[in-house]
Ligand binder design. Structure first.
Ligand code: FCB
Length: 457
């Protein structure tokens, strides 16, 4: 019998992000982010929802930390809101904004929970969008680095696990490149693919400058990671020919060759550059060296994947469509492919040839149609099924010797799911937004058992 036991020291955690849970958008000197503006614009977010109150975590953080303690996690990933720290994007630091994170981090540490801070999870200051179009301008990378310096100088005595940016493709390509109604994310929609690639190039630069800023400002040794959600080709069957087809597909799928590849290898994928031709971003001398900073770990956000098979075509593979009845969680893009977690790890270690790089799952989870029963419970057995299969895939990777060090479930709480507002619930704790009551779901208790036994139960 396989017991799915993890090695001791495996890091069990949960993840959230500032704009999705904090609320308190005008408290203590915070100024608007692009997500405040976007969500306040009619027609942008489902049901007109905004992050103005969200889970009110800004005021309830100590209760939320108590629930983390009961859950048994020793690691918590959250994000720091740039518009709380430097409300105008550049210039004066708002010490009251720093104080909130100091209180949160001290509370975590007092309870034996290690804080893992993401420095940017999409809520950039609106002032910079107004000043120069945020990620459209190279200046954004330098302003980001100054913000990072301000944070790490003040909080680096108590935080040693840093992540620079969350999911570059999402806040650049989906914000600036997709002219859909309703739009998916804030950003001035640009007309040329080149301009879209320029935004992600600037974000890569921000990552590199951010790494340098953390190393320079941290008063103690620390760990620096990038968090990405690259596209994961999964072999339709695990035979050498289909595996080789997936490896070929990896750099060519969507933005992989222009985001994760340069970040980890210092080079854009030649195949992608050829495909983009004159639509490739402008890359200034020295940029790639800045982007290719040594990092201590890579955080992988994994929700789904795509099946690929070997094919007798020029490219040597086919990406397969999902049949209409394929199992899916409560999001249009959330097909259930637990093996994608395992293959995400292999593609970094093997395909990109970075077997040295420590990996952790910085997000994994799903939306489900949760309901509170008459007994006041939420029995999300579908979420348990989803999470259990993904944790088994994580176990397989560890078992085979891949450097997977931890797992953060997305998310601790139901929260503001971007353009879907509060309509989609990803938490293992149910939030009744009207009363701000929290109800731990069945998946919370199941996850607590996994953590206490250090295995998949
Ligand atoms: C990821 C985001 C996270 C959350 C999940 C569902 O792309 O990083 O904030 O919205 O998706």
């Amino acid at each position: 019998m396989v017991s799915y036991q993890f090695p001791s020291g495996f890091q069990w955690g949960a993840a959230t992000a500032a704009y999705q849970i904090e609320g308190a958008i005008a408290a203590d000197g915070r100024r608007p982010s692009v997500w405040d503006t976007f969500s306040e614009t009619p027609g942008r977010v489902l049901n007109g929802d905004t992050g103005a109150i969200a889970c009110d975590h800004y005021h309830c953080y100590d209760d939320d930390v108590k629930r983390m303690v009961d859950l048994g996690i020793r690691h918590y990933r959250f994000s720091i809101a740039w518009p709380r720290i430097i409300p105008e994007g550049r210039g004066a630091v708002n010490e009251a904004g720093i104080d909130f994170y100091r209180r949160l981090v001290d509370c975590l540490r007092d309870h034996g929970i290690t804080p893992h801070a993401t420095l940017f999870h999409w809520d950039s200051p609106q002032a910079l969008e107004d000043a120069y179009g945020s990620w459209r301008d190279r200046q954004m990378a330098y302003d980001f680095a100054d913000y990072v310096t301000a944070v790490v100088q003040r909080l680096g005595d108590r935080i040693t696990h840093w992540m620079t940016l969350n999911e570059i493709a999402c806040f650049t390509h989906l914000g600036y490149g997709v002219n859909q109604v309703p739009p998916h994310a804030p950003g001035t929609v640009v007309s040329q693919p080149k301009d879209v690639w320029q935004t992600s190039h600037h974000a890569l630069l921000a990552h590199g400058l951010g790494c340098q800023a953390i190393r320079a400002a941290s008063p103690q040794p620390c760990s620096i990671a990038l968090v990405d959600n690259f596209f994961v080709p999964v072999p339709i069957s695990e035979t050498p020919e289909h595996i080789a087809a997936c490896q070929k597909a990896f750099s060519r799928l969507h933005s992989n060759g222009g985001i994760i590849q340069p970040a980890l290898t210092g080079q854009y994928s030649p195949a992608l550059l050829e495909q983009l031709g004159d639509q490739a971003p402008d890359i200034q001398a020295g940029d790639l060296a800045i982007i290719h900073q040594p990092i201590d770990a890579l955080g992988i956000n994994i929700y789904s994947g795509m099946y690929v098979r070997a094919a007798d075509t020029d490219q040597g593979y086919d990406v397969l469509d999902f049949p209409s009845g394929y199992p899916r969680m409560h999001m249009p893009w959330l097909q259930v492919i637990p093996d994608a977690l395992y293959w995400s790890i292999r593609h970094i270690s093997d395909t990109l040839d970075r077997p040295d790089l420590q990996l952790f799952i910085s997000e994994n989870g799903c939306a489900a149609q949760d309901q509170v029963t008459d007994q006041g419970e939420v029995i999300d057995s579908d979420r348990i099924l989803y999470l259990r299969e993904h944790l088994r895939a994580a176990h397989r990777a560890v078992q085979e010797g891949y450097p997977l060090t931890g797992y953060f479930v997305w998310s601790l709480l139901d929260n503001f799911e971007w353009a879907w507002g509060y309509d989609r619930r990803f938490g293992i704790i149910y939030v009744d937004y009207a009363s701000q009551t929290r109800i731990p779901k069945a998946s919370y208790y199941w996850y607590a058992d996994c953590i206490s036994q250090n295995r998949v139960v």
